[in-house]
Design a protein around this ligand. Structure first.
Ligand SMILES: [Zn+2]
Length: 667
């Protein structure tokens, strides 16, 4: 120690003062530092809290609740889709969802091995989910009921098997691009399933279970169950039987002609209800992610996810509404309508076809090389003569033509209730010169969809009424109460009554003895028009053969359009497309209650006509044989041992077709 002598107090005082001053400065600095840290921290915490409270309150509330409540959702049954006669087109199949609750699993290794075996999953996948510490973990959805029941029989702790639904399409491929299908969460992906998703989907329910903070269910605690609300059912205008007739006819011609695909639409031209929309090859709605042989790559190459997606989208595409094409000669119906509406032609006007027409510096040919020579307008449409239509197109002019296109709906979408409808592609009016006008007049140098053509011709033959092609008719809830009736308003008077009558009889003449004669069916009055469209580029020499037909011609109840894409060999619409419509109408017209009425000439044809069955009961077989000579039965069968006829089939008085077989019972 240092002993300091003299003036100790002062020294002390002075030194102490210095020391004290030093201490105070240091402490103050520390205190200020500590206080500022505390302030900053508090400030940050308050800020963070405010942030969490404002922006994440729901999330945290859910987290807090999850400690005590476990929620399992119950899928709502999706609404059923019915055809016009109540036949189920889209249904639900009961399936199950398998989940695990981590905290309840008592034997994880056994759970993993059973789940892998029964559900056919890899151990890696299952282990990850079983070992994950979470409230509930989904293992597999869409497990069929049988497998689910088998799994339940193991009575594994912590494994939940919940009832669920999967969309099921009883007809598989039927009308695949129209009906569409749903994804993993039951949401619509294409077709009516996506268009009417909000009507069909329903509201899912939930099961709330009280648990401890560790996830163990509290015994005897009330389970809260919020029942799901099933979706509304939808009735559509499709008719399964008509769709089938049409599909068979389309498949037959596709195979016979080695075509890429065939589209066929049947609709009521009076109100726009679509009876059938076929695009063969169709795909399987119960397995929509497997490429059809027609869409899969020819060689066994592995596809990237992107490539497969492109091909799937192509397979799911609906060419009737999503693809545009040059309609060709079926479009002459529109040009002729414009000419009548604009008083630019009369039925008796004479034309001359030398096999071509020179328009400015171009020679545009008729399909008949030597030309049709001198002909009336009626002959012109029966012959589908290009020069006649170039001539009347020129008389009407582009403004007049476009005005009619506008009226019959070719300048806008049809408004059909399916997603993905394409618009027509037309020249701007100022870009249409004489050559474009000439080609437009016979259906070239612009593009429309098949649905637009069908819809616009409907307006011409139904007396000038705008129609909206559609499927949806009504929606009902589970109590069978109608919740919505779909209505489709349309303008009237778009085409004059006079033009409508003229067009119907002209188009009947085309089928009676013109280029459409292969669509002729004895007993029925059918109107129609053929077309052979060149696909672009023209140098490819690929064609679309088509035929548009309707019946009965005087009061059309059904209109149909068939398109055969890239047929091999003969490709003329009149030769290969018209018979398809004849075949379909032969089945569909009687089905729709349109009975044949034979003309005198038709009755003379082999096997045509009906007659009433005579009463043969009580006669001997000899007497019956004599009488039957006057009737055109097919084969007559005798049944029984006796000599007197006691019963007959068909019965007396019944109206039967010629060549019907007759059965006689003897005693
Ligand atoms: Zn000609």
């Amino acid at each position: 120690m240092t002993w300091n002598k003299g003036k100790p107090h002062r020294i002390l005082k002075n030194d102490m003062g210095r020391v004290m001053r030093q201490i105070t400065t240091k402490q103050r600095k520390t205190a200020i530092f500590v206080i500022s840290v505390l302030f900053t921290a508090t400030f940050l915490l308050i800020g963070r809290l405010a942030y969490l409270m404002i922006f994440h309150s729901e999330e945290y509330a859910t987290d807090a609740k999850e400690l005590h409540e476990r929620e399992r959702s119950i899928k709502a049954a999706r609404g059923i889709i019915y055809d016009r006669n109540g036949v189920v087109l889209a249904d639900n199949k009961p399936v199950c969802t398998v989940s695990v609750i981590h905290s309840q699993i008592t034997d994880p290794e056994r759970v993993i091995s059973v789940l892998c075996d029964v559900l056919d999953l890899s151990e890696e996948t299952v282990r990850k989910r079983v070992e994950k510490v979470s409230s509930i973990e989904r293992i597999k959805a869409n497990v069929d009921k049988e497998t689910a029941d088998y799994l339940r029989s193991f009575e594994l702790d912590g494994v939940m098997v919940d009832e669920d639904y999967k969309r099921y399409y009883p007809f598989g491929t039927l009308a695949s691009r129209v009906i569409g299908f749903t994804g993993g969460d039951n949401q619509g992906i294409i077709g009516l399933e996506v268009k009417y998703n909000s009507m069909l989907e329903g509201i899912p329910g939930k099961i709330l279970t009280l648990t401890t903070a560790h996830g163990t269910e509290i015994p005897n605690a009330a389970e809260t169950r919020v029942e799901p609300l099933a979706g509304n059912s939808l009735t559509v205008s499709l008719d399964v039987n008509i769709q089938r007739y049409a599909e068979q006819a389309a498949l037959k011609v596709m195979e016979a002609k080695g075509a890429n695909h065939v589209s066929l639409i049947l609709m009521n031209p009076q109100n726009g209800e679509i009876y059938a929309m076929v695009n063969v090859p169709e795909f399987d709605l119960n397995d929509p992610y497997t490429l059809n042989i027609e869409y899969a790559p020819k060689e066994d190459t592995s596809l990237s996810a992107e490539e497969k997606n492109t091909l799937l989208n192509r397979m799911w595409r609906n060419p009737c509404i999503s693809d545009t094409y040059e309609p060709g000669s079926t479009f002459k119906i529109i040009t002729a309508t414009a000419a009548f509406e604009k008083n630019a032609v009369s039925l008796t006007d004479r034309f001359y076809c030398p096999g071509h027409k020179i328009v400015e510096d171009r020679t545009i040919r008729c399909h008949k090389v030597g030309g049709h020579g001198s002909e009336s307008f009626v002959d012109g449409i029966k012959n589908s003569c290009n020069p006649v239509f170039m001539e009347i197109g020129a008389r009407v002019g582009i403004e007049g033509l476009y005005e009619i296109f506008e009226r019959v709906g070719l300048m806008r979408k049809t408004g059909i209730d399916l997603p993905g409808e394409a618009s027509s592609i037309m020249h701007k009016v100022e870009n249409v010169k004489a050559v474009e006008l000439a080609t437009i007049s016979f259906g070239q140098s612009f593009q429309i969809t098949p649905m637009q053509l069908l819809s616009s011709v409907s307006t011409i033959i139904n007396g000038g009424k705008q129609i909206t092609p559609h499927f949806a008719i009504s929606a009902k809830n589970t109590e069978e109460n109608t919740v919505k009736t779909y209505t489709y308003e349309g303008e009237t008077g778009l085409v004059s009554e006079k033009t409508c009558e003229t067009m119907k009889s002209l188009l009947e003449a085309v089928v009676h003895d013109g280029t459409g004669k292969r669509a002729y069916l004895p007993g029925f009055r059918i109107g129609g028009k053929t077309a052979t469209s060149e696909k672009l580029p023209r140098s490819s020499n690929q064609y679309i053969s088509s035929f548009l037909g309707f019946a009965p011609a005087e009061n059309p109840q059904v209109i149909a359009l068939v398109l055969i894409d890239e047929p091999e060999g003969i490709y003329y619409g009149g030769t290969i497309a018209a018979p398809v419509i004849a075949e379909v109408f032969d089945e569909v017209l009687p089905y729709l209650g349109i009975e044949p009425e034979y003309s005198e000439d038709e009755l003379k044809m082999d096997g045509i006509g009906t007659f009433p069955v005579p009463d043969l009961v009580g006669m001997s077989i000899e007497e019956a044989k004599k009488l039957l000579k006057a009737y055109e039965f097919g084969d007559v069968y005798e049944s029984g041992e006796g000599t007197v006829i006691t019963e007959q089939f068909p019965e007396a008085g019944e109206e039967v077709k010629k060549n019907t077989n007759l059965i006689l019972y003897m005693k």
